[in-house]
Design a protein around this ligand. Structure first.
Ligand code: NA7
Length: 550
């Protein structure tokens, strides 16, 4: 166990403090510990898992296939763990992460039930001082935010939102014990990914389910199924090649070759390709052609194909029309992956309320009032999403050199170099931060890449006797420009998505993920490191991190 002295500035026992024990924090702890750094992870939850600790709503699943939504760093782990479904459900993913924590003996360096409230850089010592909600003070030269991209939940901003007298649930903070909605009148606000996964389950239980939709989403069937043992054996036998394909792909999936262009394909070719990708299911649909997220006409063809499928799945044409997005290109809000979502609207106990026609006026102790009607409920489910990518960082009082708050630096949108670091914030790293491929990629692939890059960087600093690394303002500026240029070349700015901060009132409208692809991005990060950390200024720190044998 790393000893962390309380209220002792300059405690030299800790090299790196990590915030968060999800996929990112767990691997980072393992990697840094193997390199002989002393590391301590602080985690607000009572257990490991991050996203998969909190999002326990019925139907919660990954939307990247399980065999690829898993760590690649340990061949032994890859071989011993067997996924049971194409898209694992939340309990299985959480069990996997708990297994990882036990297998690599990680828990002894994780402090649970502890939220970091502030994180200040001291220029005289080149160290970060973090405060916990329990009043503990932690000091370390390096700090890594492994805080996740979707971890700060959001409630709708409507009058009386806290006033409902019955039980309320947010999908991102679901209770640990099963919730029984049998015989109840249940309202669901929101129709994003979490709603689309949970609604079919809720509809099977509740007496009545009323769904309040502001914006319809595009969704593709998961065609989820138990995994055939022969398939799993095949994947396991070829894991090294499969992982490499993921690393060298655009979005972190094991896809070979480059997709063609929808704009040069004939109508028949397009229909055949969309049909084939639909049959494959899930996010693969967006890989049907390489220009779907760039060319408006290509995208419209895909969007119309998806709308046709909605019309086929929903019996009432008026409800099908309400469920069909028409005012943004498919894929520019997260494409959802469902099991029986649209068919749920064919049930007698399910009602869809169009909030564009009749917005919510208030939530009252008994239900929801729109401009047209009053709905009474026994329970309310908020599937209203997250303050994505920056919300959790904004909730920590992070201050860099000259006492500059990160929230102030990012007032007009997040500014980072590579999504990994920010100028004015030496020795601070973000995992899958804004400005990196992050949420537009297989998160586990991107997390591993960032963890490895940061670990190698800290090792380099230690070996070369350096103790301070900071992104230069010039490199940051260029990177921010590049991220914006790539976004401008795409269709993403046409949607009011959480990628662009549109779901949070007052948040600057800036597209946050890097769109150049995980392959290109990895090559850039590697080249920057190989060239002596180009775009960073490195120098001796006022502290020294020694190699330790652990
Ligand atoms: P999302 O995708 O942000 O969805 C939130 C939903 O809640 C979305 O339909 C919103 O409509 C709706 N919402 C939010 N605020 C309101 C108000 N005030 N009134 C009515 N409706 C509202 O979050 P999820 O949890 O579903 O998914 C997050 C990610 O997790 C997902 O993309 C996957 O990557 C996994 P809007 O579209 O803003 O009009």
């Amino acid at each position: 166990m790393v000893s962390v002295s309380r209220d002792t500035a300059g405690d030299a026992s800790l090299d790196v403090v990590v915030v968060g024990a999800g996929f990112a924090g767990l691997y980072l702890l393992h990697r840094l510990r193997s390199l002989g750094f002393s590391v301590r992870v602080y985690e607000a939850a009572s257990g490991v898992g991050g996203t998969w600790y909190w999002n326990r709503y019925p139907g919660a699943r990954c939307d990247v296939e399980s065999v690829d939504y898993s760590y690649s760093f340990s061949p032994e782990l890859e071989q011993e763990w067997t996924w049971t479904e194409r898209y694992a459900a939340q309990p299985e993913i959480l069990a996997y992460l708990e297994h990882v924590a036990d297998r690599f003996d990680l828990r002894r360096d994780i402090q649970f039930d502890t939220r970091i409230t502030s994180c200040h850089f001291d220029e005289t010592t080149d160290r970060w001082t973090l405060l916990t909600d329990g009043g503990e003070r932690v000091v370390a030269p390096y700090c890594v935010m492994a805080t996740g991209c979707l971890s700060t939940t959001k409630l709708p901003r409507v009058p009386g939102v806290e006033s409902f007298a019955g039980p309320t649930f947010h999908t991102g903070q679901w209770p640990h014990e099963p919730v029984d909605f049998s015989g109840q009148r249940v309202g669901v606000i929101g129709t994003g990914s979490s709603a689309i996964q949970s609604i079919p389950h809720l509809a099977r239980q509740a007496a009545q389910l009323v769904i309040f939709q502001r914006t319809p989403n595009f969704s593709v069937p998961a065609w989820n199924h138990p995994l055939d043992p022969d398939y799993v054996a095949e994947v396991k036998a070829a894991y090294p090649e499969r992982r490499e394909l993921c690393r060298q792909s655009q979005a972190g999936f094991p896809i070979e070759g480059t997709p063609g262009s929808a704009s040069t394909a004939t109508e028949e070719e397009r229909a055949a390709q969309f049909g084939a990708k639909w049959q494959e299911g899930g996010l693969r649909f967006l890989g049907a052609f390489g220009d779907l997220l760039i060319d408006p006409a290509a995208n419209e063809a895909a969007s119309e194909f998806l709308r046709t499928k909605i019309r086929e799945r929903v019996e009432d044409p008026a409800i099908a029309a309400l469920l069909s997005p028409t005012d943004y290109p498919c894929g520019t809000k997260r494409l959802c992956v469902d099991t029986g979502y649209y068919e749920t609207f064919n049930r007698d106990n399910v009602t869809l309320v169009d909030l564009r026609r009749s917005p919510i006026e208030a939530i009252t102790p008994t239900g929801v009032v729109t401009t047209e009607a009053t709905y009474e409920f026994d329970a309310l489910v908020f599937a209203t999403g997250f303050d994505a990518m920056t919300g959790t960082l904004a909730n920590i009082d992070i201050r860099g050199t000259d006492d500059l708050p990160l929230i102030e630096k990012w007032h007009d949108g997040p500014r980072s170099y590579l999504g990994l670091a920010a100028s004015g914030f030496p020795n601070l790293f973000f995992i899958t931060g804004p400005g990196s491929p992050s949420v537009l990629s297989n998160m586990v692939v991107s997390i591993e890449q960032h963890v490895d890059w940061i670990a190698d960087c800290l090792d380099h600093l230690r070996r070369t006797g350096l103790g301070r690394i900071e992104a230069t303002p010039e490199a940051e500026e260029q990177w921010v420009d590049l991220v914006a240029q790539l976004a401008g070349l795409s269709l993403f700015e046409k949607a009011n998505s959480w990628y662009i901060g549109a779901n949070v009132e007052g948040k600057p409208r800036v597209f946050m993920p890097y769109l150049g692809g995980v392959n290109t991005y990895r090559a850039q990060c590697d080249e920057i490191a190989a060239n002596g950390y180009q775009g960073f200024s490195l120098r001796e720190g006022a502290h020294r991190v020694e190699a330790r044998v652990r």
